[in-house]
Design a protein. Structure first.
Length: 278
């Protein structure tokens, strides 16, 4: 979906999108008397939806529309089509935009931006389709990644406090996953004695489903659930980032909030966490 009054831009985006991407329609935003909320409400629901905002919209309206999308349609992936100035980058960070299309970007850059946004939207659609069946009142799952390129910066302190605070408002609907697989200490921060860890969940293989994955969690008195790191570094060896990511995806179908505590540095597991963060 493209929010713009520029028909030429819509035609250009359609030709660049490539196979597998359907530009549903161009939704004009500057029709006299049209309110921003009405524009957002006109976006179709269901399926993997990417919403591109721009390119002919002024910065104030771009920010307003993007923030409404974050609030009203957390099930869509947002892309901004604008010059990547510091103001635009601030908006993108604020609303969790999945990319910025520069007006003079190359065709390959535009395609790559759209490809990543579509992949994210497909994951959202898969997670929310399972988590929110027809008629369900459960909110869209939020995946929160706590990341730092250095160790010892307080990631575990931040992630456990986020999880505990969320659980105070949504008891039983929060899970924290320790992705510092070799030296994770969420279990120590929360004073837990886990029976199972991420290693057990991953090694259960392709048979693991959304219900069974909850059997590997450890509960905390605050009603936070925890998927702990393996008990020793040797057990973390060979835990494929794709398989770990699939476990996170399953948890996202069962909980309103998934908090990901990551290790020091930017390894494959951290990149996977960043990619899944909503």
């Amino acid at each position: 979906m493209l929010l713009t009054d520029d028909e030429t831009a819509a035609d250009g985006l359609r030709s660049l999108a490539g196979t597998g991407v359907n530009l549903v329609e161009r939704l004009p935003v500057e029709i006299e008397g049209t309110r921003s909320k009405n524009v957002i409400c006109a976006i179709p629901t269901g399926g993997a939806m990417v919403v591109v905002v721009g390119p002919d919209i002024d910065l104030v309206r771009t920010g307003h529309l993007a923030r409404l999308l974050e609030t009203m349609r957390p099930d869509v992936a947002v892309v901004l089509w604008a010059e990547p100035t510091s103001e635009v980058l601030t908006i993108a960070v604020d609303v969790g935009a999945r990319g910025i299309i520069a007006p003079h970007g190359s065709e390959e850059e535009v395609r790559e931006c759209l490809r990543k946004a579509v992949e994210f939207a497909e994951r959202l659609a898969g997670v929310n389709g399972a988590a929110n069946p027809a008629g369900s009142s459960v909110d869209v799952c939020r995946v929160i990644a706590v990341v730092s390129p250095k160790g010892g910066t307080g990631k575990t302190t931040v992630s456990t406090n986020i999880a505990l605070t969320l659980a105070a408002a949504a008891p039983g609907e929060v899970v924290i996953v320790d992705l510092d697989l070799q030296f994770g200490d969420v279990e120590y921060a929360l004073r837990l004695q886990p029976e199972y860890s991420m290693a057990d969940a991953v090694r259960s293989g392709t048979s693991l489903d959304a219900t069974e994955v909850k059997g590997y969690l450890t509960s905390h008195p605050s009603q936070v659930y925890v998927l702990c790191a393996p008990p020793n570094p040797a057990e973390a060896d060979g835990l494929d980032a794709v398989a770990v990511g699939q476990v996170v995806d399953l948890l996202a179908t069962q909980f309103r909030y998934v908090v990901l505590d990551t290790g020091g540095g930017i390894d494959d597991h951290t990149l996977s966490a960043i990619d899944r963060a909503t």
